[in-house]
Write a protein that binds this ligand. Structure first.
Ligand code: ZN
Length: 276
């Protein structure tokens, strides 16, 4: 009789979110023999086109952008050694307030129940022990991140399968430096749809963070995964840091545990604490 391997499922909004917010845990747990499943909800069609052309500008072909980003996503998954990639293929809704929010096939305009039923099917198929997604604000307010949160929590409720559920977050102590470092490397927050002083307000006070996972040994893989998404201008800024500085800044991934059947003591340093 073979024992079923432990399984991690990460639910993300766009191609590239898997690298920035959970690339470390995806790489680390795959290396530890855990099955990893990435669910990407949208096709990323509102991202940059080749040469940095922005959505709505001449030469931005949303379907061509989606095809390019799908190839990038597959390369990122190869870098992170993701076991299974599942695509829900909703249309990227764009930033809050964009007309693309209301497109009939956008993720944002899809009823939560409808998408949650599809995700619940995947949860029943893979039976993840641990599910990771965003908090109710999608970390920084992007409609597709908020929708991914709502859909994931609804699918978890429908299935009652995962023993643990986490929301990605960042400690205020790190966010204070983060804004400074990103500006140093030329990241334009406004262009990314984030207010200038927002980084300091994002995330949680350090003492409220339940789970700190050291993924620094996998920093190079996380960097390579992000490098696979180099068509997106905000990622190019991260890549300018180089692997070492990137790992210093992004190597500890933090989470808020919001569901738990293990009773593992908090704070914890492992998403699978209490499960192995
Ligand atoms: Zn995203």
């Amino acid at each position: 009789m073979t024992e079923r391997s432990l399984t991690l499922m990460a639910v993300h909004a766009h191609p590239d979110d898997e690298a920035t917010s959970s690339g470390g845990v995806l790489a680390r747990y795959a290396a530890e023999g855990i099955t990893t499943v990435l669910v990407t909800c949208t096709d990323g069609r509102c991202g940059d086109g080749p040469g940095g052309v922005k959505p709505g500008d001449p030469g931005h072909d949303p379907l061509a952008v989606a095809a390019m980003r799908r190839a990038e996503l597959e390369a990122s998954c190869a870098a992170l050694k993701v076991t299974h990639l599942e695509l829900l293929e909703y249309a990227d809704s764009g930033m809050m307030g964009w007309p693309t929010n209301d497109a009939p096939d956008s993720f944002w305009s899809t009823p939560v129940d409808e998408a949650a039923k599809r995700l619940a099917e995947l949860i029943r198929r893979y039976e993840p022990d641990v599910v990771v997604t965003y908090d109710e604000n999608g970390f920084y307010g992007h409609p597709d991140h908020i929708q991914a949160h709502r859909v994931t929590m609804a699918a978890v409720a429908l299935t009652d399968i995962p023993a643990k559920v986490y929301w990605t977050t960042a400690p205020h102590s790190a966010m204070a430096d983060f804004g400074k470092v990103l500006r140093e490397f030329g990241v334009d927050w406004e262009e990314a749809g984030i207010e200038e002083d927002a980084p300091a307000q994002l995330g949680l006070p350090d003492e409220e963070i339940s789970t700190w996972v050291d993924t620094r040994a996998y920093g190079a893989q996380k960097y390579d995964a992000l490098a696979a998404h180099a068509s997106q201008s905000e990622n190019i800024m991260f890549l300018r840091m180089g692997k070492e500085r990137f790992t210093e800044l992004m190597g500890i991934e933090t989470f808020l545990r919001v569901r738990d059947r293990t009773g593992a003591a908090l704070p914890e340093d492992d998403l699978f604490a209490g499960l192995r």
